[in-house]
Design a protein around this ligand. Sequence first.
Ligand SMILES: Nc1nc2c(ncn2[C@@H]2O[C@H](COP(=O)(O)OP(=O)(O)O[C@H]3O[C@H](CO)[C@@H](O)[C@H](O)[C@@H]3O)[C@@H](O)[C@H]2O)c(=O)[nH]1
Ligand SMILES: [Mg+2]
Length: 198
Amino acid sequence: MQDDPIRIVKEQTLSDDYAPLKKITFDQRRRDGNWQQETREVYNNAGGTAVLLYNSSRRTVLLTRQFRIGAHLAGHDGFTIEVPAGMLDDADPDRRARAELCEETGFRARGLRKVIEFFPNPSSLTETVHCFLGEYEERDRKDEGGGKQEEGEDIEVLEMDVDEAFRQVKEGSIRDAKTVILLQFLREELGQSNGSPS
Ligand SMILES: Nc1nc2c(ncn2[C@@H]2O[C@H](COP(=O)(O)OP(=O)(O)O[C@H]3O[C@H](CO)[C@@H](O)[C@H](O)[C@@H]3O)[C@@H](O)[C@H]2O)c(=O)[nH]1
Ligand SMILES: [Mg+2]
């Protein structure tokens, strides 16, 4: 398009195993009207879906703990506390959220609603993550969860006091982006300000 400030000039596939890693050369028209050329490496991973369930009578949330190699290579032990989540694989985000929730935790959701869609890294990833909030009760547990063993998943299910989860975000024990975002949405729904509880 004539007015488009971005023109893709070249796409080079650097690797294409699980998902393509591409080196993209593009022209960008700066706000002053001059054009510049840049190259960026972009991982074309699938979109994702994530869901946080809350039990209002027990004031607990349903979380998982699993090994993440990226966090490990960044200096963390790699065992991250996260909301149940999965890759979309071109499926409907709501259906994938329910399926991942069941695979990873064994629970079914009640009152699932979408709260936000975000780019975890709009520079290096093509990924969008669709985030949902919902509720659960003990009778919604259908099995033990744990993830797909045949795909190498070994997922621990954690039922955590909601205030403890908020505290762990604040002190940095919970630092997975989709989890922090969803806990902030829950906190807002529960009517708690950023400063409380202790
Ligand atoms: N062979 C192979 N398998 C992979 C690779 N990357 C992921 N997998 C497999 O693909 C599956 C991904 O599991 P899901 O539960 O579908 O996805 P997820 O990793 O939990 O994704 C969620 O969290 C990510 C990290 O925050 C998010 O990026 C993503 O959007 C989603 O929310 C796992 O079985 C994992 O073994 C890879 O490079 N090679
Ligand atoms: Mg997952």
